[in-house]
Ligand binder design. Sequence first.
Ligand code: URA
Ligand code: CA
Length: 443
Amino acid sequence: MKSMTQLITDKKAGQAHTEEELQWLVENYTNDNIPDYQMSAWLMAVCWQGMNFEETKALTLAMMRSGACLQLNNVGRPLVDKHSTGGVADTTTLVLAPLLAAAGVCVAKMSGRGLGFTGGTIDKLESIPGFSATLQEDQFLALLQNQGLALTAQSASIAPADGKMYALRDVTATVDSLPLIAASVMSKKLAAGAEHILLDVKVGQGAFMQNQEDAVELARYMVAIGLGAGRNVKAILTSMERPLGLAVGNALEVAEAMEILRGQGPLRLRQVCLRLASEALCLAGLSLTLQEANLKLLELLDSGKALECFRQWILSQGGADIVTTPSLLPQAVLKEEVLSPLSGYVQQIQARIIGEASVALGAGRRYKGETLDLAAGLVLACEQGDFVQKGQILATLHAESAEKIAAAKKMLSSAFVLGETPSLSSPDVLGWVDADGFHSAAE
Ligand code: URA
Ligand code: CA
């Protein structure tokens, strides 16, 4: 077998790896035989040189095999998993997991932590006092049997290679690579065992794929890998040109998810959640049309059944009863408002800058293993298209120190683009990729 140095050299020169080489690399990195500095160099080479489909598939399967592959076939309900490729104020998973479980599917989900300027479901859930997000195989299976809903991080027993690579990519600027994202997402999805997989591929400045072409290619790779492994997969392309919800930051997003589950909350976030959940019900065969699914889901939101499902799920993984007592969520020491410097229409809210500001406030990591301030982040007080007066609040910042607030404020000075005319609103759902290829929503 080639040395790690040779594999880095090969990739740096743009050569393709063999399946055996990728298997060796993943196995030895997982077992701590390859140090982080060599892995970082290899990841950066992949960012520059890419990987072809065969390499991406081989990397995915090697990462999947780095731990247990769950066999989930006796839960008596269709098994669904959903995954977002990452965005800003993208709280969809926290809504979808209990909403879909309330609708009768079994939700077996493996999530990640925050990555770069985007939030991660595991960090969000860990803001709930007591919540345990790292389940062992038997705990995960027991929760699925008992309540049809369980969510776990990558662990020593399930997809450990992704757990390690993900943490390293987060802090080495090696996230925005199509093959690395595809392998990271699909290794988790395949290892967690669900038969129906719904992917939410984010497109735009607040996502890792900045344009639709790249997002479609990423979706095609992931769908093909999933179908090749015998799973039922569909990818929905959704816009991340602007933040999806209003809250950015871990505990703040949990609170916003509860708003949506109470039948309230920001409209665009609610609509995208309903669309994704409808797609999942159709994928799992529980609804025949998106309209039929939508009606069923609205009833679950309005009746409080989805919220109760969320409450039971959080309790089952050790979390505090934040539905009954929302003040149990951590609160920031300092809160400060960002005011509009002039009157005008909010033409754009730059999702990327908003995400980076949330990291500066303490909601995301700058180095590996950094402890997060789970209360930190920001809440937008306006949406694209709104008219704001000079001095009106644009956002409220939450942090533990005045230094962090000052740093974020500086970054945010270019995040809100104001003008004399309202900008045209753009659609949130751009299209989808399934076994037949890409379909644009515009057609
Ligand atoms: N989500 C993941 O799980 N992995 C990535 O690499 C990006 C988004
Ligand atoms: Ca995410």
